[in-house]
Design a protein around this ligand. Sequence first.
Ligand SMILES: [Zn+2]
Length: 312
Amino acid sequence: MTQTVASIPLAVHESLKIQKRRIQNGSSKKRLSLVTGTHGDELEGQYLAYMVGSYIDEHIDRLDGIIDIYPALNHMGIDSITRGIPMFDLDMNRVFPGSRDGTMADVVCAAIVDDISGSDVCIDVHSSNIFLKEIPQIRMSVPTAPALLPYVKMMNVDFLWIHDAATLLESTLAHTLNSRGTKTLVVEMGVGMRITKEYCTQLFDGVLNLMKQLGMWKGETAPVREPVISEGREVGFVNSDAAGIFVPCANFGDIVKQGDHIGDVVDPLTSKDVENVFAVCDGMIFTLREYPVVYGGSLLARILQLAGGERI
Ligand SMILES: [Zn+2]
């Protein structure tokens, strides 16, 4: 059943409608919300939403509860290949919690928060931007970590990144919902403007497993992986010193040693390497630059320090 979460009039007799799909079966009122499309240039969640919805449709008898799928919180952004809300140049994930009597964006955000609040768990799926590719991971702030950690382990992600910078995150959907008691996990995976089927499949297994653990899924589930947790580990940032074209020679997910050669910045005019790029610490490459054009200071890779030769 498709439901309208918010409807705001636009000029010239059009309206902005935020929609969700509710799939419900059985007697349980357990509710999982799967949310994506806050950033219009992040599309990995579109395919995940499709996969989850279509699989549950085919096996509806195994569902005992409610799943709400919100595929496009910022659908005007998706329609126009724009990260923020078009025309307003506004990052939607900096407007929450919104307000019922504010601007158009405020009203939409407040309606979204009201609608999702009360879910047992909410999963907010993001991709990286067009420049960087990310291994499937969950990100959260330090204060929310104790309550969310058990759920992270159900989600089949490779990595949990616990951030200190809580002030930066206060206007996000996840912070708003978590502070109101709705447990919300922020997933980050893949690359902007693309779909990585392998990652969507990985998260799909995690969503089904979470539903099973919540007692709302009676079907089969695949085994899930244990995430590496960032707490107590360093994250090394590899930035470019020169402008040019970045060509990596390490792969995403590789375990590297400090000083290992991971790529080059080359100059197509002079045919010279303008920079040889090396790992800044031992660890696993969990972010790697996808878009080749770089300038001084561009992020090329992030490396997670692993303890005692640990492998994922
Ligand atoms: Zn995002």
